[in-house]
Structures are given as structure tokens and as C-alpha cells.
Design a protein around this ligand. Structure first.
Ligand SMILES: [Zn+2]
Length: 320
């Protein structure tokens, strides 16, 4: 084990859950580094890909990748993978295509390992964004699903308040809604109104891990959790374990660190019935000889890792 935030009171390495990370944009090195740092499970929200999609097939392939190949790929590196399905706010502005995506959502939202409708919400707070935000919260109600809300990076405070107003208009129970990308301006209102309050650790800018430590020191660990939101841009898939380490160094009790880096996200998302601690406490063996649609994660004659669950934190067993 390297890089894990070992506590003083326990010999067991801490386990981490990264409840918002876009793994389709990350490499196998990232999966290995995350696993070595103690990340046992990830949740991958459906989002945009940096360039707007121009036809419905692109959405269909993306959703099917989230519930299929990426789930398999994570498992090949000993990490359990879950996802959320939704139409992101940026692409909601292409109304014709957005309508087609709405027709597609129920099909994928009900697949195994889908823990919420998300990430949905506002980007520029346009009429189209408003419309599809409403429609998707309504869909979550119909399907009895949780909602993951992406709050806008501009006009954050207004956008966050409006997002919660909208959820309440549809009679969503705040305990079934995760509000993400919070900051010092929004944390108090989100907690006061009874929502799960998630923070994205952005390296260097926006919400740094130093600021995250200050927030937990000030507001405690109730209903607060954090994620890396690592994607195709400058980001750090080790945001959660690194911030946990910093929290322990700054004297935040291990119990609180465990809550904000693991337990609270698990409690929130396990309401979906799709994620359970047993999934990684009693995991299937890693066997890189396995194939998905005929494909393997291995290249160029590399030896497959085959590892029994009991040995999962031991050295890899290399077989011929
Ligand atoms: Zn995201």
C-alpha cells in the first residue's frame, strides 16, 4: 500500500469512495493509482465529453459504455464501478437532440449499477436547461430514483438555490438529492435545507483540498462528502485520498474523515438499492484473462493479473 491515509488508531488502511469521477476519460494507470491509494469504488455521472454530441447514437453509445465496458474495466483493476444516467445541462441547450435523449433515459436509468439520475442541473440557467432539469427530476420521481445535481460554476449561489427550489416543486425529498460542486457560499443553505452536500476537489483552483479541510473543520461531517470529478481536463483522480490525508494531518478525527470520504456518499447512494458495501468487502476475483465483448484490458503480451479476493491487497499473482 502506498499513498493511503493510514490512521494512527487503526492498522487497516482507510477505504475511499469517489462518488463523482469520469473514468471513461482516465487511464489504466489512474485505476491502479486509485486502487493503491485505497479507492474501493467509484460513481461515474453521465456528463458531456468536452465537445457537444451531434446525434442520438453518440449518447446511446456513451450510456451503454457507462453501464458496460467501463464497469468491466474498473473491475479488472479491483475497483467497483457505478454510474448515474442523465442529460447534462450544457447539451440540454440542443433542444431537438435533448428531446431524443429524454426518450432514451428510462432505458438506461434502470440498468444494474445505476444509482441516480444525473448529473443534471444548470449551466447558464437558460430556458432549455430549466425545461430538461424539470423533466428529469420528474423522471426520477416516476422511477423512484435519486437525483445528482450539478450546480453551475457561474452564478453558483443563485443556481444552487434555484436547483433546490426546483427539486422541491416536484416534491423530491431532500435526502434523496445530492447537490454537488458546492463551495463556502452554498454549503450552509444546502445543509439547512436537508440535502446531501457534495464538494468537488479541484487541484490548484476553485475548491482546493485546503479549503475542503477548512469546511469540514467548520461545518463538521454530517451530510457532507467529497469527490474528485476528475475528467478529460486538468484534474486529479486521487483528490479524495489526498484530501483525507490532509484532514488527518490537520487533526480532523478519523471518524469524520471516514464519513466525508466514504460513509456519507455510501449512505446517500445506497438508497438506490444498487450499491452495497458487500460489493467490495466480498469482491469477485480480479482476472484479467476475462473478456468483455471479446476485448481485454491487456496489450502486447502483457501478463494478466489474476488475484483472489483474499489476496487483493497483496502482491499480484502473475500467471503464465
Ligand atoms: Zn462531473
Amino acid at each position: 500500500m502506498s499513498g493511503a491515509a493510514n490512521s494512527e488508531s487503526s492498522d487497516d488502511p482507510m477505504m475511499f469512495l469517489d462518488p463523482h469521477v469520469h473514468m471513461v476519460s482516465r487511464t489504466t494507470d489512474d485505476y491502479e493509482a486509485m486502487r493503491d491509494a485505497g479507492v474501493v469504488a467509484v460513481i461515474e455521472p453521465a456528463f458531456w465529453l468536452g465537445q457537444p454530441r451531434t446525434d442520438i447514437g453518440a449518447f446511446e453509445h456513451y450510456f451503454s459504455m457507462l453501464v458496460g465496458w467501463e464497469r468491466f474495466r474498473a473491475g479488472q483493476f479491483g475497483i467497483r464501478h457505478y454510474c448515474t444516467i442523465g442529460l447534462n445541462s450544457k447539451e440540454a441547450n440542443n433542444v431537438g437532440l435533448a428531446e431524443d435523449v429524454m426518450d432514451l433515459l428510462p432505458l438506461y436509468a434502470c440498468k444494474e449499477g445505476v444509482v441516480a439520475i444525473g448529473e443534471i442541473g444548470y449551466d447558464d440557467m437558460t430556458d432549455a436547461e430549466d425545461r430538461f432539469f424539470h423533466e428529469q427530476v420528474e423522471l426520477a420521481k416516476e422511477l423512484d430514483m435519486l437525483v445528482l445535481v450539478h450546480t453551475p460554476h457561474r452564478n453558483k449561489k443563485e443556481g444552487t438555490s434555484r436547483s433546490m427550489d426546483l427539486c422541491e416543486e416536484h416534491g423530491m425529498d431532500p435526502s434523496r438529492v445530492i447537490i454537488d460542486h458546492n463551495n463556502e457560499e452554498t454549503v450552509e443553505e444546502v445543509l439547512d435545507r436537508g440535502y446531501w452536500c457534495a464538494f468537488t476537489i479541484y487541484p490548484e483552483t476553485k475548491m482546493s483540498n485546503e479549503r475542503m479541510v477548512d469546511i469540514v473543520q467548520h461545518y463538521g461531517s454530517e451530510r457532507i462528502f467529497m469527490d474528485s470529478a476528475a475528467d478529460w481536463g486538468v484534474s486529479d483522480p486521487l483528490g479524495v485520498p489526498k484530501t483525507a490525508k490532509l484532514m488527518l494531518q490537520r487533526g480532523i478525527p478519523e471518524e469524520d474523515v471516514r464519513k466525508v470520504c466514504y460513509e456519507n456518499a455510501l449512505t446517500a447512494y445506497s438508497q438506490s438499492g444498487q450499491i452495497d458495501e458487500e460489493d467490495w468487502l466480498d469482491p469477485p476475483a480480479i482476472d484479467q484473462r476475462q473478456l468483455y465483448s471479446g476485448n481485454s484490458v491487456l496489450r502486447g503480451g502483457r501478463d494478466p493479473v489474476v488475484r483472489d479476493p483474499d489476496e487483493r491487497r497483496e502482491e499480484n499473482l502473475i500467471i503464465d
